[in-house]
Design a protein around this ligand. Structure first.
Ligand code: ES4
Ligand code: ZN
Length: 318
């Protein structure tokens, strides 16, 4: 009896969403045309047909290609407004949003075009809808650590408008320990930190992530494979920003019924539900609540707890 109306009625935060991963197929094609960027997909149907991913690396290849169509300040502004309009209607009152600038910097987009476009939309959405949107700058782990450190220097003029630093991209072979100096430097500069861990790699990557002293763990699916780690994450109270529809789409779990989020919640872990890259994985944050409830038999009380966890796990002051 869990319907979208009930989930929408719950005040909630979204803490794991990649802004470039919210780009809808039709918008991407329009950006490509307007900005003179060539894509291997000519129509919305062709593009949607490419959203059939074998694994995380296969998805990232498509994502970085699609995200490469964003070039102008207006593209970033519109993308952020479209995302915030959507989740405001879904009952999201606070959002802490990842922006992976390195993809755009590679294409020659200046950092101020990216950050000023996004931040202007966050301000306007706050004024229009009362939603509190904050920026988390993410670095990509398939690159050298030095490039992540360069990103910290590049965003220095925006330090007061950046709530934290995160890290994504191809997990296996790029363990958290590769970025020990980067995370120490981000923390020294006063940022909160998070890292994708235990999505496409084993529990040992989550152990390494905890050793970095991060404030949240993105995904953390593999925590469920290690009873001692479940206890440690629960005792530390480090939130997991889980993304069930993403995990099914990228074959991290076979079905929603097999997702460990309920088991972790029952064990006292601070589990939150999020969308990751909504149009790529078949749903926004409210859809993740509804689908998880259907797959795992979650009660209204459990969904309420998940929403409360999300608000309690925000970095921005309430
Ligand atoms: C990701 Cl770098 C990045 N962007 C979007 N989704 C992701 N999942 C893992 N890394
Ligand atoms: Zn993610």
């Amino acid at each position: 009896d869990i319907d979208l109306a009930f989930v929408r009625s719950l005040p909630k935060a979204e803490l794991h969403v990649h802004l470039e991963g919210t780009l809808e197929p039709a918008t991407a094609l329009a950006c490509a045309r307007r900005n003179g960027v060539s894509l291997p997909w000519g129509s919305e149907e062709e593009l949607r047909a490419a959203y059939d991913f074998a694994d995380l690396p296969a998805f990232l290849e498509v994502l970085f290609r699609v995200a490469g169509t964003l070039r102008q300040r207006q593209d970033f502004f519109d993308l952020a407004m479209d995302y915030l309009r959507h989740v405001h209607a879904d009952g999201v009152t606070r959002a802490e949003v990842f922006v992976g600038s390195q993809t755009f910097l590679d294409a020659g987009v200046p950092i101020e075009v990216i950050l000023d476009g996004v931040l202007a939309a966050f301000r306007e959405a706050g004024e229009e809808w009362g939603i509190d949107a904050r920026l988390i700058c993410t670095a990509q782990r398939h690159r050298e650590e030095s490039t992540a450190l360069e990103l910290l220097d590049l965003i220095e003029p925006w330090r007061e408008q950046v709530i934290g630093i995160g890290m994504g991209s191809a997990e296996r072979g790029n363990p958290p320990s590769k970025f020990a100096r980067f995370f120490a430097e981000a923390q020294r500069r006063g940022y909160r930190t998070t890292i994708h861990a235990g999505e496409d790699a084993p529990a040992s990557y989550v152990v390494e992530a905890l050793e970095l002293g991060v404030d949240r763990i993105d995904h953390g699916v593999a925590v469920a494979d290690d009873p001692a780690l479940i206890r440690r994450v629960a005792d530390l109270g480090v939130p997991l920003t889980m993304c069930p529809l993403s995990n099914v789409a990228l074959k991290v779990v076979p079905t929603l019924a097999a997702h460990p989020l309920k088991r972790l919640l029952d064990a006292g872990v601070v589990v939150t539900l999020n969308s990751d890259d909504p149009p790529f994985f078949g749903g926004y944050v409210a859809d993740n609540y509804v689908a998880s409830a259907a797959g795992l038999g979650l009660t209204r009380a459990e969904l309420t707890r998940l929403a409360e966890n999300s608000l309690a796990s925000c970095w921005a002051p309430s």
